[in-house]
Design a protein around this ligand. Structure first.
Ligand SMILES: Cc1cc2nc3c(=O)[nH]c(=O)nc-3n(C[C@H](O)[C@H](O)[C@H](O)COP(=O)(O)O)c2cc1C
Length: 168
């Protein structure tokens, strides 16, 4: 069961939450279909005076179509140890090729019409504030370019965190 907390009550470590635990980014199209994908890049903090979650989605991802066509998305954190194999599958298989969530023990729930992963210990319900394609002209070191040998650049999505849900 999940309960809402405020940003001031938030205690998770954003570095380990993305990089070690992994997240699932979910969104729905206007026709009600939803998709989710694993993400280990992300940031939490304050943007434009709002609590914000930033995620990075490559052009090729089916999930990008869903986030682009929606005003909202969610960032869900199931327990990374318990659900490692499921999250690996959701980060390897594309929703273009069938209902990949049905191949896992994870399921969608909905908060105000925003799909999220029900089995999560932490969920961020976000309103999309910006979608900015990452382009090489903004790179200041060699490090960013080393992630784009084959193009397929990320778009950076900044979401206003409208609800934080934690497992009780
Ligand atoms: C651990 C892990 C982290 C990932 N992080 C990201 C990420 O931050 N951004 C991204 O675009 N893809 C990331 N991916 C790749 C997508 O999850 C993967 O391509 C997925 O199959 C896309 O599914 P979709 O086509 O249904 O959207 C990651 C994959 C794994 C396994």
């Amino acid at each position: 069961m999940l309960k809402a907390i405020t940003p001031a009550e938030f205690t998770a470590n954003p570095f380990t939450a993305f990089d070690r635990n992994w997240a699932l980014i979910s969104a729905a199209k206007p026709d009600g279909t939803a998709n989710t994908m694993t993400a280990s890049w992300g940031a939490l903090g304050t943007v434009w005076n709002s609590p914000a979650a930033t995620v990075y989605i490559r052009e090729s991802r089916f999930t990008k179509e869903f986030v682009d066509s929606s005003e909202t998305f969610s960032v869900s954190f199931p327990d990374g140890e318990t659900y490692r194999a499921d999250m690996a599958l959701l980060g390897r298989v594309s929703g273009r090729d069938g209902n990949k969530l049905a191949q896992t023990s994870l399921t969608f729930a909905s908060f105000d019409g925003v799909p999220y992963i029900a089995e999560s210990k932490l969920v961020l319900i976000c309103k999309k504030m910006s979608a900015t394609p990452i382009t090489p002209d903004g790179f200041c070191t060699d490090e960013p370019a080393s992630n784009y040998d084959g193009g397929n650049y990320h778009t950076m999505y900044i979401g206003k965190v409208e609800k934080i849900l934690v497992e009780v």
